[in-house]
Design a protein. Structure first.
Length: 337
């Protein structure tokens, strides 16, 4: 019998059918020695086997496929209505007791400081489980605290398998599967976060690494791209004893996403960035080069340009890799064997 729960530190690409591509890539950082210097928040994954158990326990086998077969693809309202019905079935269902207990035990084993917040992220199992298509159309929940909120977030991630966006992109897909990653949350809201690419994201030029980001929690949208700081690192100069950061651009950074205590819980809000922070780069040179080094290590390991999501923790001041994706993957298929 396959496990309902897998620790990130045990996961490899061979587990992609159970944990999804996003979680499989993060697990590789823990399990492959070549990637050992990259820092990833610890955590665990609720597997596709656990999701199947949840569906069977609640007698929902085949129910969602029947619902989806009724979608009128020419009618956006049909997608929204049936999507909501599909999600409500999951949100109204119960997590089986044995799965609930396994999640709880792992949660307490791994996160001894139960006051600390978690990030709970969906990772769908694609038709091809080794697909590098990890476009965000499923839900992520940040600053999750306590057992009750954790379980609620897990069900919401399960339900996002039937998000409107997922149904629009692939309305005919049957037997959908999903996993859920649970990790220590990096408090970037009082620090910074962003993205990096090991080739230029616009031109595809392979000799540079593009690092960008904003103060607070980043959102990948057009507005952020106008506001963000940008750094260009020239690969051939890395580790050659000469300056490899060949360009810096100070972004506007007029606003930042931070958490505000609303009484019952912390809420993510948009706040105006102080004038001091606006005039300051989000990263120093050493931090830019650390992210660039991670990119080079991953690129060499996967023989592919890499896109990454990173964040800096406001308490420890450490940088963390939140997500990595090979853009032109050649090596992945061989790992499954």
């Amino acid at each position: 019998m396959k496990d309902y729960i897998l620790r990130l530190k045990t996961i490899t690409i061979a587990d992609a059918e159970e944990v999804g591509t996003k979680n499989a890539f993060l697990g590789e950082v823990f399990t492959q020695k070549a990637l050992g210097n990259i820092r990833v928040p610890d955590g665990f994954v609720i597997t596709a086997t656990a999701f199947r158990h949840f569906i069977a326990y609640n007698k929902l086998d085949g129910v969602h496929d029947q619902l989806i077969s009724r979608i009128d693809k020419s009618n956006p309202t049909s997608i929204s209505e049936i999507g909501k019905q599909a999600r409500d079935l999951i949100l109204g269902a119960r997590i089986p007791g044995d799965l609930y207990d396994r999640i709880l035990v792992t949660y307490h084993e791994l996160f001894t400081d139960i006051e600390g917040a978690l990030a709970v992220r969906s990772s769908a199992i694609e038709h091809d489980p080794l697909s590098i298509n990890t476009k965000d159309k499923y839900d992520t929940f940040l600053n999750v605290k306590g057992e009750k909120e954790l379980m609620s977030s897990v069900k919401k991630c399960f339900a996002s398998l039937y998000s409107d966006q997922a149904l629009i992109e692939d309305p005919d897909r049957q037997e959908r599967m999903i996993s859920v990653g649970v990790q220590q949350m990096i408090r970037a809201d009082q620090a910074c976060s962003g993205y990096a690419y090991t080739s230029d994201p616009q031109s595809g030029f392979v000799d540079v690494i593009h690092v960008s980001g904003v103060w607070g929690i980043g959102l990948k949208n057009d507005e952020q791209q106008l506001m963000q700081d940008e750094f260009i690192v020239y690969k051939p100069n890395l580790h050659q004893g000469v300056n490899s950061i060949i360009q810096k651009k100070l972004g506007q950074k007029s606003h930042m996403m931070i958490y505000k205590d609303t009484g019952e819980r912390m809420k993510l809000i948009e706040a105006e960035t102080s004038s001091e922070l606006r005039g300051k780069y989000i990263l120093n040179d050493e931090e830019v080069l650390t992210i660039a080094d991670w990119g080079i290590v991953l690129e060499n390991y996967y023989h592919s340009p890499i896109s990454m999501e990173w964040a800096k923790d406001s308490s420890s001041h450490d940088l963390f890799l939140l997500q990595a994706k090979p853009e032109n993957f050649k090596k992945l298929k061989t790992f499954k064997a």
